[in-house]
Design a protein around this ligand. Structure first.
Ligand code: PAF
Length: 269
């Protein structure tokens, strides 16, 4: 695997996995999927300040450069690219807007976050020019917005959605999990358990009732729990073909998000 700060000599076509580092098995599965698509797999590690509305969160974001290099190479990356701030934003930043959807769900709790995500992903795409770019379904709203942005600004890039990788407890893998202590980890199991129960329901109303259990959980400070229509990110109803339960909240000062697709076509009323 080649280590690069400045991006030179990338083989084309390439598959691209953008990350903010602190790599875990979830990222490794994205890299392995990328490797199935192309012989050249570029992994970027760039902690993008523009997507952190809370500067404390940016400071606390885990940084594990040596482990990142080992994990990326072991999963099949051929290039690990670690650009500096100036490499990504050399001049005045032209910020993209995530529009109205950028202000819903995650956007209510993290204003400006998705503008920052779209701005950096657009820049990364301009620099790498991949054939494929792979993103995890765990950040489902991010994935939705990136697909829309890429369709407009980078129609030549195929965006691949990769399923969420979970720990044996069901907890969705996330770079933030390293900040959970033993008790918080146990408490965090409630998220995937409630999501699973909700997604087995036969109607949106029943699923919403299951999600409401999270409101009364003493260990979990809920930001939102909803059932959305995957095609529009509007609230789902019983006419929705493909619905998904989405959840975000806090456990012991660590923000966690997760989602699962509804298991069966919803019952029509
Ligand atoms: O999901 C992430 O790790 C980040 O939001 C991304 C897509 C790498 C942009 O900084």
């Amino acid at each position: 695997m080649k280590l690069m700060q400045l991006l030179t000599e990338i083989e084309k076509p390439c598959a691209f996995v953008p990350t903010m580092g602190a790599l875990h098995a979830g990222h490794q599965s994205l890299i392995a999927q990328a490797r199935e698509l192309c012989d050249e797999v570029v992994v970027s590690v760039f902690v993008n300040p523009l997507q952190f509305e809370d500067k404390e969160d940016l400071k606390k974001y885990p940084r594990t450069p040596e482990k990142d290099a080992e994990m990326a190479a072991a999963a099949g990356a051929t290039v690990l690219w670690t650009p500096s701030y100036e490499d990504i934003y050399p001049a005045e930043i032209k910020k993209l807007s995530a529009g109205e959807l950028g202000e819903k769900f995650e956007g209510v709790h993290r204003p400006g976050h998705f503008d920052g995500v779209l701005t950096v992903v657009h820049r990364l795409f301009e620099l790498v020019k991949p054939k494929y770019a792979i993103f995890g379904e765990k950040d489902f709203q991010q994935l939705f917005l990136i697909i829309k942005m890429a369709a407009q600004l980078h129609p030549e890039i195929e965006i691949i959605a990769a399923p969420t990788v979970r720990e044996t407890s069901g907890l969705a893998m996330s770079s933030r999990n390293v900040r959970l202590d033993k008790d918080a980890r146990i408490a965090a199991d409630v998220i995937s358990k409630v999501l699973r129960t909700a997604t087995e329901c036969e109607s949106v109303d029943q699923a919403r009732k299951q999600l409401a259990a999270l409101e009364n959980n003493l260990d979990f400070k809920l930001d939102y729990a909803e059932i959305i229509d995957e095609s529009s990110f509007e609230l789902a109803n019983n006419e929705t073909q493909r619905a998904r339960a989405i959840v975000a909240g806090w456990i012991n000062g660590v923000r966690l998000i997760d989602n699962m697709a509804m298991k069966q076509a919803l019952v029509r009323v």
